[in-house]
Design a protein around this ligand. Structure first.
Ligand SMILES: *[C@@H]1O[C@H](CO)[C@@H](O)[C@H](O)[C@H]1NC(C)=O
Ligand SMILES: *[C@@H]1O[C@H](CO)[C@@H](O)[C@H](O)[C@H]1NC(C)=O
Ligand SMILES: *[C@@H]1O[C@H](CO)[C@@H](O)[C@H](O)[C@H]1NC(C)=O
Ligand SMILES: *[C@@H]1O[C@H](CO)[C@@H](O)[C@H](O)[C@H]1NC(C)=O
Ligand SMILES: *[C@@H]1O[C@H](CO)[C@@H](O)[C@H](O)[C@H]1NC(C)=O
Ligand SMILES: *[C@@H]1O[C@H](CO)[C@@H](O)[C@H](O)[C@H]1NC(C)=O
Ligand SMILES: *[C@@H]1O[C@H](CO)[C@@H](O)[C@H](O)[C@H]1NC(C)=O
Length: 556
């Protein structure tokens, strides 16, 4: 196609540059729009609305305002259909009567691919949301530039773009780019420059070396869960989390939250009433009668990944072929712990007995249990980080209480997190949200342990018809580097918190958490605040990077 050069003079907006007219705005139909809806936002002008003036808007938007925006496409529509190609009605937000469609521009937003459900067939279409912009009628004497500006803002708001009418990136867009260009990464941090060691950093935690001849040697003594604690104790000089005193809101926002940088705020929870008050005796006395839903495992591992072949009926278990084909690791399962309902006082006795060694081969955990639901009275004994009030939307407030020897396996959470330690210690190994492919993110089938109390045995028989989307298939303790070779390139960050410390764990950082009991109360107790994340991404999706959550564009 030959490209002509045209000079655009748009109302009072003097464009002092020459714009190549490359965009041909052609007629489209709903099939075209649907076909491109996972990658493009479609701005469509019904033919009936195309007066000369409206044609000029269209040309300006396509050739100038959004000329450099690869995710927005423009089209003309012969008529506005009432239905999608499959017969479902086409619903346009804010439009009730057909006559309201006269003189409107329609925006078919990008539709997110449904990554969570493997059951939907590939050719299943998700109809994108449709919104309408009403052009001012002829009688309303609105300046061309003013309408163009409103239309540009409307497209920005619905297509997730950041353009001014003149095509340049707007102020919010500049801030966003600045944030994304300055994200923290362990591989970019200063100590990454430390001289190259023969043993790669990841190998330190896993006790493995890549030898010169590229063969992989495993340490002769296999690491078991029992030696795991000792192993982490051996203190290999893994890069450590930064530690700070309670920061100011704006410092925290710029240095940590918007950079996705983990940090420990030393002693930030130490003054909480909970710190003195929440003894086992106090909890038993005041809340002992409440029923709690607890998780139990034989070895203290929570949500580990293992071969499905260890499960009794794995040969009989069948999931739909189409789902099976989409599983990247069909031979693996995420092991969900067994669970039971018990009285809270009984649970506390139970974890004391476990810690004292009176109960063997058993670990018990009250994990991510909502304080708001279970123990609303306890909320007054804790507080949100003072520098973080009203910054992001609080989604969940959880309590974590266990016998103290638990290992939460490698996964991420789609929340910004403040993890506040009350008793005991947690060694949190963190891996970059950019390391998704090195940690082999993907759907993994789930299974759940069953516990027979009269026999005191756990068994592996319950395979579930669900998948986990946040677990890594790589076992940090015994990584299979033949199968997961890219894992050897990850650089973990060691963020160890003691009672009173608060760890800020930004959304989507992978983490494995080794808990240790407090020597006083033989337990591990923490609370955490989960916030709607400032930086978000689609998952599971190895290539999806973080971006500013559109719910927080107003903060840009
Ligand atoms: C969708 O687009 C792809 C690539 O542009 C094309 O190959 C395919 O035929 C299109 N499908 C439909 C239904 O238009
Ligand atoms: C659009 O992209 C071209 C080529 O990269 C660049 O020269 C031009 O300055 C850009 N225009 C705007 C408004 O950003
Ligand atoms: C992590 O840091 C803690 C405290 O700073 C240290 O005791 C521990 O040995 C470290 N763990 C590893 C695996 O390096
Ligand atoms: C699994 O299949 C085998 C042989 O087909 C059958 O004998 C066995 O009872 C089945 N087990 C379960 C748990 O369904
Ligand atoms: C804890 O151990 C004591 C002493 O052996 C026993 O009486 C009690 O039933 C145990 N409680 C639980 C919940 O395990
Ligand atoms: C605990 O588990 C280990 C390893 O599975 C086993 O050898 C041992 O007999 C168990 N101990 C008890 C008391 O059940
Ligand atoms: C526990 O095991 C015993 C003995 O094998 C069995 O009789 C009982 O039904 C089992 N209980 C449950 C809940 O499966």
């Amino acid at each position: 196609m030959a490209s002509s050069i045209c000079l655009l003079l748009i109302g009072n907006l003097v464009l002092n540059f020459i714009v190549p007219c490359l965009t041909t705005v052609s007629f489209v139909d709903l099939r075209d729009i649907l076909n491109s809806s996972t990658s493009h936002c479609s701005v469509v002008f019904p033919e009936t609305a195309l007066t000369d003036r409206v044609q000029q808007f269209l040309r300006t938007l396509a050739d100038v305002s959004f000329a450099n925006e690869s995710t927005v496409s423009f089209g003309k529509l012969r008529e506005v259909p009432q239905n999608w190609p499959d017969g479902r009605p086409l619903h346009i937000q804010g439009i009730v009567a057909p006559e309201e469609l006269i003189n409107t521009v329609l925006i078919f937003k990008r539709s997110r691919q449904d990554r969570s459900c493997l059951l939907v067939p590939d050719d299943n279409f998700i109809s994108p949301p449709v919104v309408a912009f009403r052009l001012p009628s002829q009688e309303v004497q609105e300046e061309f530039d003013q309408t163009l500006h409103r239309l540009t803002e409307f497209i920005n708001g619905n297509c997730g773009t950041f353009r001014n009418a003149d095509g340049f990136v707007n102020l919010k867009g500049i801030h966003r780019k600045d944030i994304l260009d300055n994200l923290f990464s362990t591989s970019k941090s200063s100590s990454a420059d430390k001289s190259l060691k023969k043993c790669m950093d990841a190998s330190k935690i896993i006790n493995m070396c890549m030898l010169n001849d590229n063969t992989i040697s495993e340490s002769s003594t296999p690491i078991t869960i029992q030696t795991h604690n000792k192993y982490l104790d051996s203190g290999n000089n893994m890069e450590e989390c930064e530690r700070i005193e309670v920061p100011k809101t704006s410092n925290f926002f710029h240095e940590y939250l918007s950079r996705s940088k983990p940090v420990i705020i030393t002693g930030a929870a130490r003054h909480w009433p909970a710190f003195q008050k929440w003894t086992n005796a106090f909890l038993k006395q005041n809340y002992g009668d409440r029923k709690v839903h607890i998780k139990i495992t034989p070895d203290g591992q929570y949500e580990g990944v293992e071969p499905i072949s260890l499960w009794k009926n794995h040969q009989n278990f069948s999931i739909p072929e189409s789902v099976y084909r989409k599983l990247p690791y069909p031979d693996l399962v995420v092991v969900r712990p067994a669970s039971m309902e018990i009285r809270f006082s009984e649970f506390i006795d139970f974890i004391e007995n476990i810690s004292l060694g009176l109960v063997k081969n058993m670990s018990a955990y009250l994990e991510y249990s909502s304080i708001t639901n279970y123990f609303p009275e306890l909320i007054e004994d804790i507080e949100e980080m003072p520098f973080f009030r009203n910054v992001l939307e609080l989604k969940h407030l959880n309590i974590w209480l266990s016998d103290g020897n638990t290992l939460g396996k490698l996964h991420f959470d789609p929340f910004d997190n403040f993890l506040c330690q009350i008793s005991g210690e947690k060694q949190v190994l963190l891996f970059d949200p950019h390391d998704n492919s090195r940690l082999y993110e993907g759907h993994i089938q789930e299974a759940m342990l069953t516990y027979n109390a009269s026999e005191n045995v756990f068994s592996r028989e319950k395979l579930l018809e669900s998948t986990s989307m946040v677990m890594s298939p790589v076992d940090l303790l015994h990584p299979d580097l033949q199968r997961f070779p890219k894992f050897s390139q990850v650089r973990p960050l060691n963020c160890t918190i003691q009672a009173g410390d608060v760890l800020f764990m930004p959304s989507f950082w992978w983490h494995e958490v080794q808990s240790r009991p407090s020597s006083l109360e033989h337990r591990n107790l923490a609370v955490n605040f989960w916030y709607e994340p400032f930086l978000a991404r689609e998952f599971p999706c190895q290539e999806c990077g973080l971006d500013v959550n559109s719910r927080y564009f107003h903060l840009l």
